[in-house]
Design a protein around this ligand. Structure first.
Ligand SMILES: Cc1cc2nc3c(=O)[nH]c(=O)nc-3n(C[C@H](O)[C@H](O)[C@H](O)COP(=O)(O)O)c2cc1C
Ligand SMILES: Nc1ncnc2c1ncn2[C@@H]1O[C@H](COP(=O)(O)OP(=O)(O)O)[C@@H](O)[C@H]1O
Ligand SMILES: [Mg+2]
Length: 190
């Protein structure tokens, strides 16, 4: 169960991410259990954990960092012109639909829902006009926020996720953490 008490409001030193970060993974966005939007009002883009070298050793919990997504060129969130704050990729990659956004994510078994398989789910800190199942997503994780907990109610889970969102935004705003969005891995390179 979640311990009582206040939570840190920012994660990691101002000088930037520390080992073992960045941790990277990528894959096509797949379906989950359909709870993110419906039950929590917080959609999560699920990506497969199979074949990710570091995942078995990674602690389950909530992480934050940057996400690159290749949206289909017909996706309404790409038009008319991308706001400069959401584009780190070079022009040709922007033309291919790649965009970079801040993200917060959970890796683990979602103890509140008692999942039997480990999942990696990314809440992108951007409002999209439609979903993007099947799109290629590449993430660079820069820090660890907290362990996953069970909760007394769905409201308590939502409240903590909303705090995670604020912590992630605040942590990534710092200059040394903004640099992370220049990682070429985020627009599909190795
Ligand atoms: C930032 C963040 C923190 C989360 N923390 C927890 C948690 O502490 N405990 C938990 O059971 N699930 C946690 N979740 C996972 C949600 O339960 C999960 O995203 C939701 O069940 C949606 O799952 P779905 O993609 O299968 O629909 C978290 C999700 C996010 C994005
Ligand atoms: N800001 C966002 N962050 C993550 N996914 C989003 C966002 N906005 C829309 N989506 C879409 O919503 C889907 C996830 O919704 P969710 O309710 O968690 O369903 P599922 O259980 O299938 O993962 C993602 O796969 C993505 O296509
Ligand atoms: Mg999801």
């Amino acid at each position: 169960m979640r311990p009582d008490g206040p939570r840190p409001t920012i994660i990691g030193p101002d000088s930037g991410p520390e080992a073992p970060f960045p941790l990277r993974m990528k894959g096509k966005v797949v379906s989950g259990f359909g709870r993110g939007s419906k039950e929590l009002g917080i959609p999560t883009a699920n990506i497969p954990v199979e074949g990710v070298s570091w995942i078995d050793e990674a602690e389950s919990g909530v992480y934050f960092g940057w996400a690159g997504i290749q949206l289909p060129t017909s996706h309404p969130s790409l038009s008319p012109v991308p706001p400069s704050s959401s584009t780190a990729p070079p022009e040709d990659k922007v033309a291919e639909g790649w965009r970079i956004y801040p993200m917060v994510m959970s890796i683990g078994y979602n103890p509140f829902y008692k999942n039997k398989v480990r999942s990696a789910e990314v809440h992108v800190l951007h409002k999209f006009e439609t979903d993007f199942y099947g799109s290629e997503m590449a993430i660079s994780i820069l820090g660890y926020i907290r362990p996953e907990y069970d909760y007394v109610s769905v409201e308590a889970l939502i409240e903590d996720i909303n705090t995670d969102i604020e912590v992630s935004k605040r942590s990534l705003e710092r200059e040394a953490w903004q640099k992370g969005r220049e990682d070429r891995y985020l627009w599909g390179e190795e």
